[in-house]
Design a protein around this ligand. Structure first.
Ligand code: ATP
Length: 219
């Protein structure tokens, strides 16, 4: 990854995903997160080789291309290819370490995830160390609840921080839950629709729809 990507001391927010393909649920939530966290832009990071998921049937490059098309002219969002140059499975902890090496220790770094992702966080590599490098910002998602029992729930509790101002005053260590616009759209539903020859218009931007059709993805 190019050095100097983060050239100032502004807070940094990242939002990882498979983006297979990106959809309006991702784009809406990412836009609201950028506003809420008061960052110049939110970096959307497609993973290269999902460590915990079946291999997607669009390549990493195609997912990145769709992400760029989906973001379009929205200057609040950026497609970041930081994980695509890495060999083997990608782990978020490595991405956080890489970004931390480029920004000041005192700069807030926000890792934005959905509640569905929080529920399985304890399957991630070095999950207990994630908040050594960043804050976690968790957006609710239809049908997913915060874990209430077990080691993950115990890990979450002392980190919970309702006060956004307090969150912004420190650079790492807290977990903030936020209620943003939840659109009941998933990439799985989009892939299923395509394989059933159903229209996907308005679930993802028109430029992404065109790209999927031109490259015959997910058919
Ligand atoms: P799939 O259906 O293939 O599992 P997905 O739609 O869940 O995909 P991902 O790329 O896995 O999309 O998600 C990346 C991030 O976006 C995750 O943190 C997830 O919680 C969040 N996210 C996905 N869909 C939505 C949505 N409709 N609203 C809010 N957040 C979402």
């Amino acid at each position: 990854m190019a050095t100097g990507r983060f050239v100032n001391n502004m807070s940094v927010a990242i939002f990882g995903g498979t983006f297979n393909p990106v959809h309006n649920g991702h784009l809406r939530i990412a836009t609201e997160l950028a506003e809420l966290l008061d960052v110049d832009n939110l970096r959307m990071i497609p993973c290269a080789l999902p460590a915990h998921r079946e291999q997607p049937n669009a390549t990493a490059e195609q997912r990145l291309e769709m992400l760029r098309l989906g973001i379009g002219e929205n200057t609040r969002l950026l497609a970041d290819d930081i994980e695509l140059g890495r060999d083997g499975p990608t782990y978020t902890i490595d991405t956080l370490r890489e970004i931390r090496m480029q920004i000041d220790d005192s700069t807030p770094l926000y890792l934005c995830i959905g509640m569905d992702v929080l529920a399985t966080l304890d399957s991630w590599r070095d999950w207990q160390k994630l908040t050594d490098y960043c804050h976690l910002v968790v957006s609710s998602r239809p049908e997913y609840q915060i874990p209430e029992t077990g080691p993950l729930a115990e890990w979450i509790k002392p980190r919970l921080c309702d006060d956004l101002h307090q969150l912004k005053q420190s650079s790492t260590g807290k977990l903030h839950l936020c209620n943003l616009t939840m659109l009941a759209i998933s990439s799985t539903a989009i892939r299923d629709k395509i394989s059933n020859s159903e229209a996907i218009n308005f679930l993802t931007p028109a430029a992404v729809v065109n790209c999927i059709q031109q490259q015959h993805l997910y058919e």
